[in-house]
Write a protein that binds this ligand. Structure first.
Ligand SMILES: [Zn+2]
Length: 250
């Protein structure tokens, strides 16, 4: 009789679920609509969520969602609640020591499309933005950043769990410095989503570098999200094609 191993892979990744869902499309409200009219990156949160999920498809654990709870509250629709796995574990550990406090999160992960809007609004002198990093270069694109509005209540607790209060002049900001800085992964994920949803003659380089082609694509990308979103199945196919990956027979 066969002994069935309880786990038969090199990880706990989900099995392919049938491949990409949807139809290739960039239909929707182009992001350019919001350059001159909006002051909230919440307007592109659906697109940004697809990008965050695509990052995690490429490298599982690199960007995982975290949730509200008794001690964690999101302060608005612009919060994109993703962190690297170690940062999330540390955040939850800090929240477990809340003792009645509530950690008010105003910002966590930020994708290149959100940073693009913030940068343009800053250039225009709009929305009260006094400083903005270049798209692709914000520390909130690192996957290890968190802004907390009631930061003073939380500095000691967060620090005890590896969240450093480390940016002078930016008191709401914390970094989980033991987590990898994944800046650029969001740009690459956007490029992959764009190419997945456009005909070949509109494809752009998948190099993770922000440049004029990527900027032009960002301006045309739909706020509501692409027709085909994140695809972990594409990664699975690439992995199973590798001869050095042991196959599971079960
Ligand atoms: Zn910040």
């Amino acid at each position: 009789m066969l002994a069935i191993a309880s786990a038969c892979s090199d990880g706990d990744e989900p099995l392919p679920d049938g491949g990409p869902v949807g139809t290739p499309s960039i239909d929707g409200t182009p992001l350019s609509t919001f350059v001159g009219t909006s002051c909230s990156t919440g307007d592109v949160i659906a697109l940004a969520t697809q990008i965050a999920e695509e990052v995690n498809c490429a490298n599982p654990g690199e960007l995982v969602a975290f949730e509200e709870g008794p001690a964690i509250m999101f302060t608005g629709s612009a919060v994109l609640p993703y962190l690297g796995e170690a940062g999330r574990t540390a955040l939850y550990a800090a929240a477990d020591e809340a003792n009645g406090r509530v950690l008010r999160v105003t910002s966590a992960f930020r994708t290149v499309v959100q940073q693009y809007l913030l940068f343009r609004w800053f250039q225009q002198g709009r929305c009260g933005i006094t400083a903005a990093a270049d798209p692709g270069d914000s520390n909130h694109e690192s996957g290890r950043a968190l802004d907390v509005s009631n930061y003073s209540e939380w500095i000691a607790t967060l620090d005890a769990h590896g969240w450093s209060h480390d940016v002078p002049g930016d008191p709401v900001h914390f970094d989980h410095l033991a987590s990898p800085d994944i800046r650029g992964a969001d740009v690459l994920a956007f490029q992959r989503l764009w190419n997945r949803n456009t005909p070949a003659d509109e494809h752009i380089a998948e190099d993770g570098a922000y440049g004029p082609m990527t900027e032009a694509a960002i301006l045309r990308s739909p706020a509501e999200g692409f027709g085909i979103g994140a695809s972990c199945a594409a990664r699975m196919i690439a992995r199973s094609a590798r001869a050095d990956v042991p196959e599971c027979g079960l």
